[in-house]
Design a protein around this ligand. Structure first.
Ligand SMILES: Cc1cc2nc3c(=O)[nH]c(=O)nc-3n(C[C@H](O)[C@H](O)[C@H](O)COP(=O)(O)O)c2cc1C
Length: 286
């Protein structure tokens, strides 16, 4: 899959890769009302990584339904719409509005954005996550993926709470909160103080969390964080992920998701594995 926020809403993507060869297309997060996002600069490249503070810029739900959603009518790729609200009611309004859209296969509940005020409010709390998932599952029958934040010491508890209240799947990780300072001005390299770190720099951290969460829950996990190759992808699968997403790597090479898929197939062939099921979650500890 492509990771939310790194492949737009489909329009740009159509000219870059064959969308239908993806396992799923995950949209950038959509909010109820349009959001301008944070002021610039809001991207800063770090060694092997990227700090961003986009702040969920998007045109809001109605514009999404009017312009972005129809594009996918010409494609058969499974469509996952990422949504974020500031309150449970906002999340519910989004989920209920998308419930009637047959083209939408699943919702990804973004409770993990580090770049908006209260963006991680739910994702840091097992109690609030449980409450949110319960209400969403009661109000909407779409498959529900809950996207977790690594910026908590309680990721397993949050994962368990989401599973207990009916989440169908988890995705992790969103970005790690970080910062970069310009020593000359002593100010942040970004217009905001903090940003979210992604890219190869976070891969070992993300892999560890996918492994730990896979030990805590039975529902499937979509693993992500710094994946740029088939070998990276297979590490996440061995750690327990059922599927993987490619994010920042697409900024360097827009065809990165396809490259990862091809490399993964060839690697599986090399090591004599015919089906991912044979190797999923088979990490040998000790
Ligand atoms: C520029 C940028 C924008 C992002 N926007 C979103 C977003 O709107 N919603 C979301 O859930 N995650 C967002 N993410 C996080 C990614 O989906 C992904 O979880 C994270 O970047 C880790 O994967 P990666 O290291 O492969 O990029 C964004 C990441 C980047 C770099």
């Amino acid at each position: 899959m492509v990771a939310s926020g790194t492949y737009g809403w489909g329009e740009e993507a159509e000219s870059l890769i064959d969308l239908d060869s993806l396992g799923a297309f995950v949209t950038k997060t959509v909010t109820l009302n349009p959001r301008q996002g944070n002021p610039s600069p809001r991207i800063w490249e770090t060694p092997a990584g990227l700090l961003n503070s986009i702040g969920l810029q998007n045109d809001g739900l109605s514009e999404f339904q009017k312009t972005a959603l129809p594009l996918f009518k010409n494609h058969r790729v499974p469509l996952i719409v990422s949504i974020a609200g500031e309150t449970i009611n906002e999340f519910l309004d989004l989920a209920i509005a998308l419930e009637s859209q047959s083209r939408v296969d699943a919702l990804e509940i973004n409770i993990s954005c580090p770049n908006v005020k209260e963006g991680m409010l739910f994702g840091k709390s097992p109690k609030l996550t449980g409450e949110l998932v319960r209400k969403l599952k009661n109000g909407c029958s779409k498959t529900m993926i809950v996207k977790l934040t690594p910026n908590t010491g309680e990721i397993q508890e949050v994962a368990r709470a989401a599973e207990r209240e009916g989440a169908d799947c988890l995705s992790l990780v969103n970005t790690f909160m970080g910062m970069a300072i310009d020593p000359r001005t002593r100010r942040s390299r970004l217009a905001t103080t903090f940003g979210g770190l992604s890219g190869p720099a976070i891969k070992p951290l993300a892999l560890r969390l996918v492994y730990e969460v896979s030990k805590a829950v039975k529902i499937p996990i979509i693993g992500m964080g710094g994946i740029t190759s088939g070998e990276d992808a297979l590490e996440f699968i061995i750690a327990g992920a059922s599927a993987i997403a490619v994010g920042s790597a697409s900024f360097r090479r827009p065809d990165a998701p396809i490259k990862v898929l091809e490399e993964l197939k060839s690697l599986l062939n090399d090591i004599g594995v015919e089906n991912l099921e044979e190797i999923r979650g088979t990490f040998k500890d000790g």
